[in-house]
Design a protein around this ligand. Structure first.
Ligand code: MF3
Ligand code: CO
Length: 255
């Protein structure tokens, strides 16, 4: 069932979103060659705790996973697409890192992800990252009353097709509110003019994830969480929590 939020509920969600945005901002500041991924998890945990919020990821146990999630962020390095569990790995020059973070504040969830390169970037990694950012912007622009959910997926996939990138199927965005994952599923592909009609008060996490290779195929790692590209290509992920309003889309995961 799709939950419609009131303007004051959307204001409350913006506060939750702000905490997530601050955590990601601190992580981007701290990430550097030689830093352990687990240290970035601690950075996020501190920001969330100091804001009086709680992690939406820690102990989260979706049906597809064998175990509850053991950390505060997902940190997906290079060929890991999403759901990388932070470990003691030290970031290397040129690593492409995607960081996803979610938090609850006053009973409302926020969920956002950023991708960036640590140290000296390769041009093709920057292009891949820019493509998921562009796809996120395009998906957000399509998130307006009267459009349909397929318009969002179509906008995202069009950017992937133009760049020759792959779109992993089965994973995508979602409704978000009092729970991190609510209806509807927001696919990263779709047919324009098809699916659920979007209306004011719908809040969606929109999250394009692209692979450098064109087929988007992935395998689940032995930990049951991390998704890796089959072809070994790198991947990028960009996500915002977005409210659909009569004035247009409003990004809630901003500082
Ligand atoms: N943004 C990711 C998603 O919506 C967050 C996964 S959270 C985890 O699927 F806790 F499952 F890792
Ligand atoms: Co999400």
């Amino acid at each position: 069932m799709v939950e419609i939020k009131t303007p004051s509920e959307i204001d409350a969600m913006r506060e939750a979103g702000r905490v997530v945005a601050q955590a990601l901002q601190e992580i981007v500041k701290h990430a550097a060659v030689g830093v352990r991924v687990s240290e970035l998890d601690e950075v996020a945990a501190t920001v969330i705790a100091e804001a009086g919020a709680t992690s939406a990821f820690l102990d989260y146990h979706p049906q597809f996973a064998p175990t509850p999630y053991p950390a505060v962020i997902c940190a997906s390095v290079n060929d890991v697409i999403v759901h990388g569990i932070p470990d003691r790995y030290r970031l290397k020059d040129g690593d492409l890192l995607s960081v996803d973070c979610g938090a609850y504040l006053d009973g409302w969830a926020g969920d956002s992800a950023v991708s960036f390169v640590v140290g000296l970037p390769r041009a093709r990694d920057l292009a891949l990252i820019e493509a998921t950012q562009e796809a996120l912007r395009a998906g957000i622009a399509a998130a307006r009353p009267g459009n349909r959910i397929g318009d969002i997926g179509h906008a995202i996939a069009s950017v992937a097709v133009a760049g020759g990138y792959g779109v992993p199927v089965d994973f995508g965005g979602h409704g978000i509110g009092r729970r991190m994952h609510e209806d509807p599923h927001v696919a990263n592909h779709g047919r324009p003019g098809r699916g659920l009609v979007l209306r004011a008060g719908l809040v969606l996490a929109i999250e394009p994830m692209f692979t450098g290779g064109g087929d988007g195929r992935y395998r689940t790692a032995s930990d049951g969480w991390a998704l890796r590209t089959v072809d070994g290509s790198r991947a990028s992920h960009s996500e915002h929590t977005v409210a659909i309003t009569d004035e247009g889309p409003v990004v809630l995961t901003a500082v």
